[in-house]
Write a protein that binds this ligand. Structure first.
Ligand code: ATP
Ligand code: MG
Length: 328
């Protein structure tokens, strides 16, 4: 079973769709789980109402994209279970191990008022993984070290107190092409980009998508060729077109004699690819009762799936009511 999280650090975009979510739908296993990792969006300065809105939006987009509702949950709905397990795992983890995390060193370095959670979130991530009993965790290189920590903690806990946890391993994510920012093709398209001009969001209206694609940076040359290193802007457009329509970027290039025509084709393809997801997301967001139901069911299922592991871990570490009877 694989567990993948997506942090509501911003609005989901075309890169998330082509590079991740669409693959989860088409190539994911029947037992795989997906969660909106809203607790991980609070390790640096954040706005509560915006986080709440983005969490709902991300959940709606995942379901609208075709991930079965019973495979999805929101992390904070398991805050009690995860909080308890995080504590157990913090008591299994050394300070040095946490402080060695490259993400912590990079994001926390020289910053005033760094949140303690920036240091401890890899332990929460271990709890995410171990609570669900995930065998495989698809992560990019930047998160590999955190999965290694989850591995180390699960092994240590199992060896010290008793076998409870599945030892997870990091696997390569099911990814499509890297989509680059339309206005700066040296960067990848990101939720947390400061400027939205080069980012096509899943929920952008078709007109806005067209405007963004028309303003995409190309280069000074006149002909359309696929040369990722020399002409990253045009290559990005061709890769997006290939991602939406199929085919190979280099072959698609041959069908265009001008950037204008290429951009029109890319805009059409992106609008059509995102249309069903956007429409279904809008429907879901307009029906808070339905979204709340999906969310509550997902939470109940995820909590139930992990309950025996949490109960056993607590008992083995010497906490919680003794086995065989609860406090009268
Ligand atoms: P952030 O800026 O907060 O890091 P992000 O846009 O990079 O957000 P992530 O939450 O880091 O998104 O990644 C979610 C998934 O989307 C991952 O599987 C990641 O590989 C994929 N992904 C993110 N950006 C792109 C992109 N530009 N092209 C293809 N896949 C992407
Ligand atoms: Mg990222």
């Amino acid at each position: 079973m694989r567990l993948s999280g997506i942090t509501p650090s911003g609005h989901p975009h075309l890169g998330n769709h082509l590079g991740a979510v669409r693959r989860w739908v088409s190539d994911g296993g029947p037992d795989d789980l997906y969660f909106v990792s809203d607790l991980h969006a609070m390790t640096t300065s954040h706005d509560p109402s915006r986080l709440r809105a983005r969490t709902s939006e991300m959940l709606a987009v995942l379901v609208a994209s075709g991930i079965p509702a019973e495979r999805v949950f929101v992390q904070s709905d398991l805050a009690r279970e995860l909080g308890a397990l995080t504590w157990v795992l913090e008591c299994t983890c050394s300070y040095g191990e946490a402080a060695r995390m490259i993400q912590f060193k990079e994001k926390g370095r020289g910053q005033a008022g760094v949140r303690l959670s920036l240091l401890t979130y890899p332990v929460l991530m271990a709890a995410d993984i171990l609570l669900q009993g995930a065998e495989e965790v698809p992560v990019g290189l930047d998160q590999n070290q955190h999965v290694e920590l989850a591995r180390a903690l699960s092994r240590r806990f199992n060896g010290t107190y008793g076998e409870v946890f599945t030892v997870p391993r990091a696997v390569l994510p099911l990814t499509g092409a890297r989509v680059r920012d339309l206005t700066d093709p040296t960067r990848k398209m990101s939720k947390s980009a400061r400027d939205a001009a080069g980012v096509v969001f899943v929920l952008d209206e078709p007109d806005l998508v067209r405007r963004k694609v028309r303003r995409a940076v190309t280069d000074g040359c006149a002909d359309v060729v696929y040369a990722p290193d020399e002409r990253p802007g045009v290559a990005n457009l061709l890769e997006i077109l290939a991602g939406c329509r199929g085919g190979r970027p280099a072959d698609l290039a041959a069908g265009f004699t001008s950037y204008g025509a290429l951009k029109e084709a890319v805009a059409d393809a992106v609008v059509e690819t995102l249309r069903p997801v956007r429409e279904r997301t809008v429907e879901l967001l307009a029906d808070p009762g339905e979204l709340a139901r999906i969310r509550a069911e997902g939470a109940a299922r995820a909590a139930e799936r992990g309950e025996h592991r949490l109960t056993s871990a607590m008992r083995l570490i010497g906490a919680g009511a003794p086995a065989g009877g609860r406090r009268a």
